[in-house]
Design a protein around this ligand. Structure first.
Ligand SMILES: Cc1cc2nc3c(=O)[nH]c(=O)nc-3n(C[C@H](O)[C@H](O)[C@H](O)COP(=O)(O)OP(=O)(O)OC[C@H]3O[C@@H](n4cnc5c(N)ncnc54)[C@H](O)[C@@H]3O)c2cc1C
Length: 505
């Protein structure tokens, strides 16, 4: 057997729209490789719910690759350190070339990829890393980036290879679990499930998108729910953008389709924001570890274990906040607004360190995507200096987004029998009534861990003091120049030239 073309699957678990696989398939014998890296799954942002999703995607990928090679299964799985695994394969079979997509992952994968590049160079193995999602490696300025992204999204889809020549090599079993983490209602992995969601969203579910995305009651069905499939590359961004645009073309001349068109356009714009934020992490990898703006660098440095745990376990005494956190524990997903509110409550009201808050949330998200996640965590915790400070009023959110309390009752069963008049603020309920409905505050359900209005006021004062100085404003201007999008179509960020205080309702 001649030396092999090795295709290294990472966060691109598909056979269509896969340029490295297609290119390798044109060059003879190949080895489609997934490396299970124990150290990756021990990182503080990784979790078992993410692994389970990945493992399900890998099973389908294995079958797809098998079909293309005329066998039952096609994926070769090896466990261990990536460099050592590649070295073993090179020693045993010879690697003619290594193919992969460029990955914008966390700091650990960035270092791992550098080590692989060094290894490939030392062994004179060509390592082809193909960009995707319109991301540019080593980008210095955002000037012209939107046009580049647009041109990338318009490219024809890379076809699925007609057949693959894969030798019958040993493949290892995937581990069942990487840690203890129960997420009973998590989305299931696999391209067929991703495609089914894309179809149902574009055919009818998107009708409720613009109206339904803010409330955690409606968002689970109104939103596309494509995030984990995009995060692990089970669907490619380009195929989702192109399918959305075809649907927009179908409805745009229909005078009765105004609402549908707005929903589709809102969705399409979020797809471009996906790359915008991933590009931000690519250009500024330190935002995973350091605040973009130094104004608050010496604040919120210590975790308060009592406050942090109450927030992390959904026991703050604010029913809506707790319901959101508990839904996230059970399902691995919650909508954008509630992700922002959970972050803001932890970092503003409880004044907890943004990085620990971000790590806890990252582990809970099945769809953890480092580029979006760390950009959003910094924005929603007041670390960027260029986006508005959104200090959510958690009680108002509760009344607005869950008017009947149905969401709270579902996720916080202690409050099931609390009457509608008190469901958003049960701590205000007379003691007599607390006894009557079997929910004495401080016993059956916690007393609020902070007074939210007071805590918000204190946070606002601290933010004013930190960002109001001429030096801090000058740094904000600089960040804005370097890292904002140059688009005229920005839906939200950055809206203002210097940070504004805002009660986000
Ligand atoms: C603090 C915080 C952390 C977040 N962390 C993640 C994360 O780790 N992974 C993740 O995929 N999203 C993250 N988001 C963005 C957003 O909440 C999710 O993408 C969305 O809720 C996923 O559900 P969906 O696929 O149904 O979204 P839809 O509304 O249907 O959007 C479609 C796709 O567009 C992209 N997208 C949507 N909103 C945004 C946005 N604001 N910025 C960039 N891209 C967006 C996602 O890829 C999403 O799948 C985060 C938001 C916040 C506030």
């Amino acid at each position: 057997m001649p030396p092999l073309q090795v295709v290294w699957f990472k966060r691109d678990l598909r056979v269509v729209e896969h340029a490295p696989l297609y290119e390798a398939s044109q060059r003879g014998w190949m080895l489609p490789l997934y490396i299970f890296e124990p150290e990756l799954w021990r990182q503080p942002d990784a979790s078992n719910r993410q692994w389970r999703f990945v493992a399900q995607c890998l099973q389908e990928l294995d079958c797809e690759l098998g079909r293309l090679s005329g066998r039952e299964r096609g994926l070769i799985v090896r466990s261990g350190d990536a460099v050592q695994v590649l070295e073993q394969i090179h020693q045993a079979h010879g690697i003619a070339a290594l193919w992969a997509h460029q990955e914008v992952g966390n700091g650990w994968t960035f270092q791992r990829d550098k080590a692989v590049r060094r290894w490939a160079k030392a062994r004179s193995v060509p390592f082809y890393e193909i960009p995707q999602e319109g991301i540019i490696r080593g980008l210095k300025s955002r000037e012209g980036w939107r046009d580049h992204w647009e041109a990338e999204m318009r490219q024809p889809l890379v076809p699925k290879p007609e057949s693959l020549q894969i030798p019958p090599l040993r493949s290892e079993n995937l581990p069942v679990a990487v840690s203890e983490d129960d997420c009973p209602d998590a989305q299931l992995g696999g391209r067929s499930r991703g495609l089914a969601l894309l179809r149902s969203f574009l055919s009818h579910r998107m009708r409720g998108y613009a109206r339904g995305l803010s409330s955690p009651l409606t968002a689970p069905s109104a939103c596309s729910r494509l995030s984990p499939y995009l995060a692990y590359g089970v669907l490619s961004l380009r195929e989702v953008v192109q399918a959305t645009r075809r649907r927009i073309e179908q409805v745009q001349d229909d005078p009765n389709a105004g609402g549908v068109l707005r929903s589709l356009q809102a969705f399409e714009s979020r797809l471009s924001w996906r790359s915008h934020f991933i590009q931000r992490l690519e250009s500024l990898p330190q935002i995973e570890f350091e605040p973009m703006h130094p104004a608050l660098a010496n604040e919120r440095t210590e975790v308060d274990p009592v406050l942090f745990e109450a927030w992390a376990q959904g026991r703050t005494g604010y029913p809506f906040v707790d319901a959101c956190m508990r839904m996230l524990h059970a399902t691995g997903w919650i909508n954008f607004r509630m992700r922002a509110m959970l972050t803001a409550f932890a970092c503003y009201h409880l004044w907890q360190p943004w990085r620990e808050v971000g790590l806890h949330l990252a582990r809970l998200y099945v769809d953890y995507e480092p580029g979006i996640h760390w950009s959003q965590i910094q924005m929603q915790s007041g670390c960027t200096g260029i986006s508005a400070f959104r200090i959510y009023n958690v009680v108002k959110q509760s009344y607005d987004q869950d008017p009947t309390g149905a969401f709270i009752r579902r996720w916080v069963p202690e409050l099931k029998r609390v009457p509608g008049a008190w469901i958003h603020e049960p701590y205000r309920m007379p003691l007599e009534m607390q006894r009557e409905c079997g929910c004495v505050i401080g016993v059956a359900y916690p007393t609020p861990i902070v007074e939210h209005e007071v805590a918000a006021r204190v946070a606002r004062q601290k933010l004013h003091a930190a960002y109001g100085t001429p030096e801090a404003k000058a740094i904000s201007e600089e960040i804005l120049k370097r890292h904002s999008s140059r688009s005229r179509r920005e839906p939200r960020e950055p809206a203002k030239r210097t940070p504004q205080l805002e009660l986000f309702e």
